[in-house]
Design a protein around this ligand. Structure first.
Ligand SMILES: [Zn+2]
Length: 404
């Protein structure tokens, strides 16, 4: 037994520091007495830890209002300016750098076009230069950054190796190592599952649910949240339903297989299909400005308008995609047993209502014991910044679980 060794009491102290920081993050501001109750420590231990955190500049102190006669209690909160966090989102056509304060509030957001060269070395170079410039613009040094997180669509090991990112066409890219060479603060690589953290932050009641988050954007995949945590699986490849093969003779997928769901309904796959169909003679308003769109997302933006204008091709395509999403959602619901299904990603959000209806229509025939369950199917609500905000939340969560 080592319970009384100095190392153990030191790590217990760090654990209590992190718990206090996590409680202040969750509750905003608390008195020392409230902190003692929430963390389960005595007042002298709390005083020692609070003094240590104050010395590090992590806490602010204000005088609260006393309900009784006597001294006003000291109210503690996190110091937003004590350090910053960096989130980096990598997409096939652009990257985004987000700078956040210690409370996770956005300070700056930089959009970086990536161009057609997706070589990992080139992408890392472009991102590194932009991040150095951003930090300089904000007069921040490496010592002011608590940590940085990078996320992209794909499977990522806990050591930051991107095993496979089909939208980027990457296989076995040591992204964490490539980025860490340029910075002295900690850099972590996540899959874009962390987007769901922003969704939960936007509706804290979701924290108690079992969530199936179906993302249909540049990639297609499911994120699972249960028992208060994201589920990554044994090898970080949990929920890769975008690579279920639905047509073995179908289009080639970025993963190397043919006919994956992703190769049919991802944004790039749909943009390519529309272009192909028009070149083969399809009559549709989506032919307007055929080549004038820099990204699949912008290319598809005209689609709901064409459906509303009764464009037969646009309606047929929406219904085809709705059927595929409904079939996949039914299989995923049978597999993962969620209480909430969130339709996320720019393709899902073009027709979230129609896709939710399609899932409902398929449910009786395709979902086990559907009538006895009350599955809440809803569109994602965390907005365009969900991924970058989710990365910041993941960095913060990791930092609060690490040593200081
Ligand atoms: Zn695939």
């Amino acid at each position: 037994m080592m319970s009384n060794s100095p190392i153990d009491s030191k790590s217990a102290g760090r654990r209590n520091e992190n718990l206090i920081l996590a409680m202040l993050r969750k509750h905003g501001s608390l008195s020392q007495a409230q902190l003692c109750r929430l963390v389960g420590i005595g007042s002298s231990t709390a005083s020692t830890i609070v003094a240590r955190l104050r010395e590090k500049g992590l806490l602010l102190e204000n005088r609260g209002i006393s309900r009784h006669r006597g001294p006003k209690p000291t109210i503690l909160s996190l110091n937003p300016a004590c350090c910053h966090l960096v989130g980096i989102e990598i997409n096939p056509s652009f990257a985004i750098i987000g700078l956040f304060d210690f409370l996770g509030q956005p300070v700056d957001k930089i959009h970086i076009p990536l161009g057609p060269d997706h070589q990992p070395g080139h992408v890392v170079d472009v991102i590194t230069r932009s991040l150095h410039k951003t930090l300089k613009d904000h007069h921040l040094g490496a010592e002011d950054i608590l940590g940085a997180g990078v996320a992209l669509s794909g499977s990522v090991s806990s050591e930051g190796m991107v095993h496979l990112s089909s939208p980027m066409g990457w296989r076995d890219v040591p992204l964490q190592r490539l980025l860490a060479e340029h910075f002295t603060f900690p850099v972590a690589v996540y899959s874009n599952h962390v987007r769901l953290l922003a969704e939960i932050a936007s509706d804290p009641a979701l924290d108690a649910e079992s969530i199936l988050y179906l993302n249909v954007a540049n990639g297609v995949g499911a994120t699972i949240f249960r028992d208060g945590r994201l589920v990554y699986g044994t090898t970080g490849r949990y929920g890769e339903i975008g690579h279920n093969v639905i047509d073995p003779d179908g289009p080639l997928c970025g993963c190397g297989h043919r006919g994956c769901l992703e190769a049919h309904i991802s944004g790039p796959a749909l943009a390519a299909k529309i272009t192909h169909d028009i070149r083969c003679g399809a009559q549709t308003a989506l032919a307007d400005g055929l080549d004038g769109h820099p990204t699949p997302e912008k290319r598809l933006a005209a689609w709901p308008g064409a459906v509303a204008a009764n464009d037969a091709y646009a309606i047929m395509l929406r219904d085809q995609v709705a059927d595929l999403i409904a079939q996949s959602a039914a299989q995923a619901i049978n597999a993962y047993d969620p209480t909430v299904v969130i339709l996320a990603g720019y393709v899902n959000l073009l027709f979230a209502e129609a896709f939710a209806e399609a899932i409902g229509r398929h449910s009786a025939a395709a979902i086990y014991d559907f009538d006895a369950r009350q599955i809440d199917i809803r569109p994602a609500a965390a907005g365009d910044d969900a991924l970058i905000n989710g990365i910041c939340l993941a960095v913060l969560q990791d930092a609060l679980e690490a040593d200081w």
